[in-house]
Write a protein that binds this ligand. Structure first.
Ligand SMILES: [Zn+2]
Length: 348
């Protein structure tokens, strides 16, 4: 924290997260937290006396945890965390609330003590690696994030019939795995035709009984769709449901779809984006507007106060893997833009 001269002015908040996925890289989140600390150090060492207090935040548990929940800290700060979230079990049946209590947190306070609002904090800025290849491919130094995708997750269950794989003619089968395979391709095609930086991915398909001489009787598929365009996401859900049912029906297979609404698409603040663009241009850095296909703490913060994100390029677009890399010069550019954005906001 850097104390501001005006105790009545709302604070400016900057940061990200320092947790990471298993076998992840060294830059996702950490760049934003260290970048925020470095920004405060630059201002302090430069003798800057900001009017607004500057808060540095390191959000707890941004990545999906064993209970299937992302952005624990930012949900907590914004009052979005619910009692039902705390009841989510992990693989061993331990609830998220119990897990938090084990680490010394007070679960009841986590769902009742949100404090973030425009009177407390007037803007949130998150510096982050892009985690994709777009900035590098276009030779752009800084990405100004326009919106963060919404996510819809799907679990589909296919019910066919087990038969002898040698004696049942192809035309008489009710092959659950073949129906799931049709769904995988339909999901992929939907992503290829998507609007609003949309993508669609099947991540897992399982089938039983899994014997070489038995036609699969049941299959289960997990997939997700992402887009910054909530209208497209809604329409895509309906299209997919229809297509999967039709293709399964043609194979004599029943299908049940369960949708899990993970995150709503979130536009980031236009006026903050303009300030970031001004800061990049004042430093002679190239910039481009860019949607975020990954979710971030900024999604939750943006529902309470104006929020914006600054992206810096990822080498080869790699992320959530040990090869994740952002060049030091790009990180320095990001911090430069972050610091100059904070200075401009402080003068507003
Ligand atoms: Zn991250």
């Amino acid at each position: 924290m850097l104390q501001g001269e005006d105790p009545t002015a709302p604070a400016l908040m900057l940061g990200s997260h320092t947790d990471t996925v298993r076998s992840g890289g060294n830059f996702d989140g950490v760049v934003g937290v260290l970048g925020a600390i470095e920004t405060v150090r630059l201002l302090r060492d430069g003798g800057q006396k900001p009017r607004h207090t500057i808060l540095v935040v390191d959000f707890l548990g941004e990545e999906s945890n064993d209970h299937g929940l992302t952005c624990l800290g930012s949900r907590c700060m914004t009052g979005e965390l619910t009692a039902a979230d705390l009841d989510r079990p992990d693989g061993e049946g331990v609830t998220l609330g119990d897990q938090c209590a084990r680490t010394g947190l007070d679960p009841s306070a986590m769902i009742s003590q949100s404090w973030l609002g425009p009177d407390e904090v007037s803007a949130y800025l998150e510096l982050h690696i892009e985690q994709g290849p777009v900035l590098e491919q276009r030779g752009v130094e800084v990405g100004v994030v326009t919106a963060i995708v919404g996510i819809e997750r799907l679990i589909a269950r296919f019910l066919g019939r087990a038969d002898h794989a040698g004696t049942m003619p192809m035309s008489d089968r009710r092959d659950a795995l073949a129906a799931a395979a049709e769904a995988v391709l339909a999901i992929r095609q939907l992503g290829c035709d998507a609007q609003g930086a949309g993508v669609a991915t099947t991540s897992r398909v399982t089938a039983v009984p899994g014997s070489p001489n038995v036609v699969p009787s049941a299959a289960r598929l997990e997939a997700e769709m992402r887009s910054t365009d909530p209208v497209w996401l809604d329409a895509a859900r309906a299209v997919l449901a229809q297509e999967v049912a039709a293709k399964a029906g043609a194979l004599g297979v029943g299908v049940e779809l369960d949708w899990i609404h993970d995150n709503q698409a979130q536009k980031l603040d236009d006026s903050l984006q303009s300030v970031i663009i001004g800061a990049a241009e004042s430093r002679g850095l190239s910039w481009a507007p860019i949607p975020s296909g990954a979710t971030h703490d900024a999604v939750h913060v943006a529902r309470k106060i104006p929020a914006a994100m600054i992206f810096v390029p990822s080498v080869d677009g790699r992320s959530h893997c040990p090869e994740e890399m952002t060049k030091l010069s790009d990180i320095a550019n990001g911090i430069d833009v972050l610091a100059n954005t904070i200075l401009a906001l402080d003068r507003r």
